[in-house]
Design a protein around this ligand. Structure first.
Ligand SMILES: NC(=O)c1ccc[n+]([C@@H]2O[C@H](COP(=O)([O-])OP(=O)(O)OC[C@H]3O[C@@H](n4cnc5c(N)ncnc54)[C@H](OP(=O)(O)O)[C@@H]3O)[C@@H](O)[C@H]2O)c1
Length: 419
């Protein structure tokens, strides 16, 4: 008898999706629809129409929007549907608090930390897309998950690949020499420094292989995404930064590799489709065939070569910033906060693309860890986060003053024009 068929006959697995209207949230719900799941709670920030459409399709017990002003429209739209509506920050936490065996943590940025923590504290399998939770929350966040017996299964394709390999080779953990995270290189991989200084907001938000949220798209373009992934991998797999390599692999077929002491290299390969790691993570610890249309296969007959190349650290210095930050538990929190604030300024067209990483660099040079307590509680993590944002704001203000003193404003100079 097929084990998958047996599993289909078992009661559905309860699941909640935090950040349901985003790129990862929607991909997770596509997987959920094709598996044996019951949706308990969905939440988002402000996408009323998107959340209502997902509620009609997945019939959760509870749905919440972070923006309190949207309570009445959400209630009206869900009237008679069987889904209770809530709005405001507490409603998002209520969604995170609802009992479910599995929780997809797919809110973007540090905003995802508190809801994810709420979910972890009620014991659930965390399908973790929100890398900022691990980057900023660090060891303390992972200890909280462990204390409440909430396993963390990474949904990020690179980390999911490493997770799968390490789990398969459990007995050889002490033989792990290094891991390799592959990087698509983003949309600007082959641009010169001069060309990088002229890229537009729209170009920066268009990833070559994935449709993703604006913030992670910009992070992919600056390689800050890979930088955050180095910190995420160091924390998740308890590795020194020196044991984490990055290799550029624009095809994104190989997602991650583990190099063992006997010279063997295990690589996880598959189609470049977020639904694949999500399928694995949502079914973990079982391996279940993705036999419906959800997770796309890879036609190996169409893959004649696999291309890898080293990262150009001169044009893309962000991963080096992340490596340096790992010497102190406070620094990754500052790095994440500064990057979020500075990317936000770019998304509002206050700075040009090529200014993002140098501004983050400036914050990292200025920050003073002696002023702060270690990030070993939520309060302390959020205090360091606020400090990083304040430094970033100061750097942005100084930048604005020097830009206004320059002969032509950025927009006039054509740096911020839309493609
Ligand atoms: N996209 C990818 O392929 C990918 C891959 C690996 C990891 N990740 C990580 O996964 C996370 C999500 O990425 P994404 O691309 O899916 O982002 P996204 O498309 O921008 O979606 C973010 C989601 O979070 C919701 N949200 C934002 N702030 C919130 C708040 N304060 N309270 C409640 N909900 C809130 C948004 O709601 P609204 O729609 O209402 O604003 C949306 O549902 C990020 O941490 C990213 O680094 C993404």
């Amino acid at each position: 008898m097929n084990k998958d068929t047996d599993r289909d006959k078992s009661p559905p697995v309860s699941v909640s999706v935090l950040g349901a209207t985003g790129s990862v949230g929607r991909a997770a719900l596509q997987v959920i629809e094709q598996g044996n799941f019951e949706v308990i709670a969905l939440c988002a920030q402000k996408d009323l129409e998107g959340l209502v459409a997902l509620c009609r399709r997945h019939r959760p017990r509870f749905a919440a929007l972070g923006e309190a002003r949207l309570l009445q429209p959400l209630r009206r739209a869900l009237q008679g549907s069987g889904t209770v509506a809530g709005a405001g920050e507490n409603a998002v936490l209520e969604a995170a608090d609802m009992e479910s065996a599995t929780t997809v943590a797919a809110i973007s940025g540090i905003d995802g930390l508190v809801p994810t923590l709420h979910a972890a504290r009620r014991t659930t399998t965390l399908v973790l897309a929100n890398k900022e939770c691990v980057v900023a929350g660090g060891a303390w966040f992972l200890e909280e998950c462990a204390r409440h017996r909430s396993p963390v299964v990474p949904a990020d394709s690179e980390h999911n690949a490493i997770f799968q390999i390490l789990e398969r080779e459990k007995g050889a953990r002490s033989m792990v020499e290094r891991i390799v995270l592959t990087a698509s290189g983003g949309p600007f991989l082959d641009l010169s420094e001069e060309q990088l200084s002229r890229v537009t907001l729209r170009q920066a938000c268009a990833h070559p292989n994935f449709r993703m949220g604006a913030k992670i798209s910009v992070d992919s373009a600056t390689m800050m995404n890979k930088a955050l992934e180095v910190v995420e991998a160091a924390r998740l797999f308890a590795l020194d930064e020196g044991a984490i390599d990055i290799v550029v692999h624009p095809q994104q077929i190989v997602h991650g590799m583990v190099v063992y002491g006997d010279g063997s290299v295990f690589a996880l390969a598959g189609a470049c489709d977020m639904r694949l790691p999500l399928w694995h993570a949502l079914h973990w610890p079982h391996r279940t065939s993705a036999r419906r249309e959800g997770a796309q296969g890879l036609d190996w007959r169409s893959v004649s070569t696999l291309a890898f190349r080293p990262l150009d650290r001169q044009r893309f210095p962000a991963p080096d910033l992340a490596r340096a930050s790992l010497t102190n538990p406070i620094a990754p929190v500052v790095l994440n906060a500064a990057n979020e604030a500075i990317v936000e300024a770019f998304l509002h067209e206050r700075i040009a693309f090529h200014q993002i990483v140098p501004l983050v660099q400036e914050v990292m040079q200025k920050h003073d860890t002696a002023k702060l307590d270690a990030p070993d509680s939520l309060k302390r993590v959020l205090t360091i986060d606020a400090y990083g944002r304040r430094l970033a704001r100061e750097c942005l203000e100084r930048q604005a003053v020097s830009a206004s003193l320059a002969s032509r404003p950025l927009a006039e100079a054509g740096l911020l024009q839309q493609a």
